[in-house]
Each structure stands twice: as structure tokens, then as C-alpha cells.
Design a protein around this ligand. Structure first.
Ligand SMILES: O=C(O)CCC(=O)C(=O)O
Length: 272
């Protein structure tokens, strides 16, 4: 469960950090699993198969992938993390108890180039939330010390300032930017509309799990449904999950057959 101060911080600043979500005793197993996955993604050129994230202008260098449930990449550690009570109750403090999985992804430091994403919001540039609420949470969980993520606290509550608008997609410093410091096992919950960017040098070891969990009735995010379902059944993931984690997937699959627009973000405002 989150403390009141953390809930308040999420709403007012667009992020909060939950310390020691992954117990230190589990870190070696998670790190080994992660490394096996990274090696497989690196060995497979191109973006298609695993929705690999490639450095722009250098498509041989990868810094992440979106398909941790792909049978080639899957490791029990990736779903073991969903059995984590501290994680689920912390998410529940903001999203309520009825949760749905929406993404299992990974972001790491590349080996042969630096990774330096420009400032952006996830979703449309003009999106923001007047009260700071959000029906889903994306979160980075660090397996090593991590100071790659930076954001402008509170920017999710309002339209961009003139400076932010000018520097959107650039890597220039921005007034009030803040670097998130995570220690191994810490998770950082973020609001999708907060202005943010990631940056990691090839000389550091960044290994983060980047997951997305939503309230079960949130009406967005179905593109991956069929893929998830096929992989889930093929690998009998239901047998690996405790009831609360299994429900994350049951709620996800229950959306099958319904129609959504993945570009519509209910409850959020647009400037225009
Ligand atoms: O590196 C990060 O943690 C941020 C990644 C990011 O902003 C994105 O994938 O849109």
C-alpha cells in the first residue's frame, strides 16, 4: 500500500517512488533472467519480432523491447514480479483493487551507443489531466542503480509552457527538471502525461522492467490482446500466477471482442 504522501505526490507531481518492491534476495534471479532476455533480443536484428526499441539512426543498437511474454523471451521472473503483493497493493492505492495488465516491457542501456530520448508525453503532446488522476500506471522497476529517468514534476496537470513546447523532443535541459534516483528493487510509478525523457550511457548498466497496469474498466490498450492471449495459453502462464496476478490477465482477456480506439484517452484533456 502507498502512504498518503506517495498518493498525493503521484497526483500532484505525476510520479512517486516505491522503495524495495523487489526483495534483495530475488534480485540475482531477476537479473540473470533479464540478461538472458537482452542477449536474445540483441541477437535478433530488426524491430518486428519482439517490438524491439532501436536507437534512431543506428538500427543495430537496441535499448528495450515490448514483448517480454513472447515465448522466445519469456522468463518466469517476468511474471513472478506480478505475484508481488507490495507491487499490487501499491498500484491498488491509486487504481483500485480491480486491475488489468496492459504491458510487460523492458528498457536497458545499449552497448554500443548512448540512449538519449527527447522530452515527451506518452500519447498526444497536448494531453494533460487537471486533477492528476490516471486510470493506468506505467512504472519502471530498477534491477541496478538507475538515474536514467527525468521528468518535470506537475507538468501532467497543465498544458506545456512555451519553453517545454519549444524543447519538446529535444534533449535540452528544461526548467524544474528532476532526475529520478532508483536503487535496485525500487519502482517509479509515472503519469503518462508528465513531461519526461530517458537517458542512459553505454558505460552504465541500466536494466529496468517497464510494466503498465490499468484499472480493469479502462477502455484503452487492446492492440496486444491477441498476442498476449496466444502466448499466455501456449506457456500455461495461468499455472505460474497467484490469484491476484491471474486476475490481471483474466481482466485483460475479458476485453476481447470489444471495440476501442487506442488513440482516445478517456478522462484526459487536450489543449485544442
Ligand atoms: O527511459 C525511460 O525510462 C523512459 C522511456 C520513455 O520515455 C518511453 O519509452 O516513452
Amino acid at each position: 500500500m502507498l502512504a498518503d504522501s506517495q498518493i498525493k505526490q503521484f497526483y500532484s507531481e505525476g510520479y512517486t517512488i516505491v522503495r524495495d518492491v523487489i526483495p534483495q534476495t530475488k534480485l540475482p534471479e531477476y537479473r540473470e533472467a533479464y540478461e538472458r532476455m537482452v542477449e536474445k533480443v540483441r541477437a535478433h536484428p530488426g524491430r518486428e519480432k519482439y517490438n524491439t526499441r532501436l536507437i534512431q539512426g543506428n538500427d543495430k543498437v537496441c535499448w528495450g523491447c515490448d514483448f517480454l511474454l513472447h515465448p522466445d523471451l519469456y522468463e518466469p521472473a517476468f511474471t513472478d514480479y506480478l505475484n508481488n503483493r507490495k507491487l499490487l497493493t501499491s498500484l491498488g492505492s491509486i487504481l483500485g483493487d480491480d486491475l488489468r495488465i496492459s504491458g510487460l516491457k523492458a528498457i536497458w542501456s545499449p552497448v554500443r551507443a548512448n540512449y538519449d530520448l527527447g522530452w515527451h508525453r506518452d500519447g498526444p503532446k497536448d494531453i494533460y489531466s487537471e486533477d492528476g488522476t490516471q486510470a493506468y500506471i506505467q512504472f519502471n522497476t530498477a534491477l541496478y542503480h538507475d538515474e536514467s529517468f527525468r521528468l518535470v514534476p506537475g507538468s501532467h496537470l497543465r498544458p506545456l509552457t512555451e519553453e517545454e513546447d519549444t524543447k519538446y523532443r529535444s534533449v535540452e535541459d528544461i526548467t524544474n527538471q528532476l532526475v529520478c534516483m532508483l536503487e535496485p528493487g525500487d519502482a517509479m510509478f509515472m503519469h503518462a502525461a508528465v513531461l519526461h525523457r530517458g537517458k542512459a550511457s553505454s558505460s552504465t548498466k541500466r536494466r529496468t522492467l517497464h510494466y503498465i497496469i490499468a484499472s480493469s474498466d479502462y477502455e484503452v490498450g487492446t492492440k496486444r490482446l491477441n498476442q498476449f492471449k496466444g502466448w499466455y495459453d501456449e506457456m500455461r502462464l495461468d499455472e505460474k500466477l497467484e490469484p491476484a496476478a491471474k486476475k490481471l490477465f483474466d481482466n485483460f482477456f475479458a476485453w476481447q471482442g470489444k471495440t476501442f480506439d487506442d488513440h482516445y484517452y478517456p478522462g484526459l484533456n487536450y489543449k485544442n
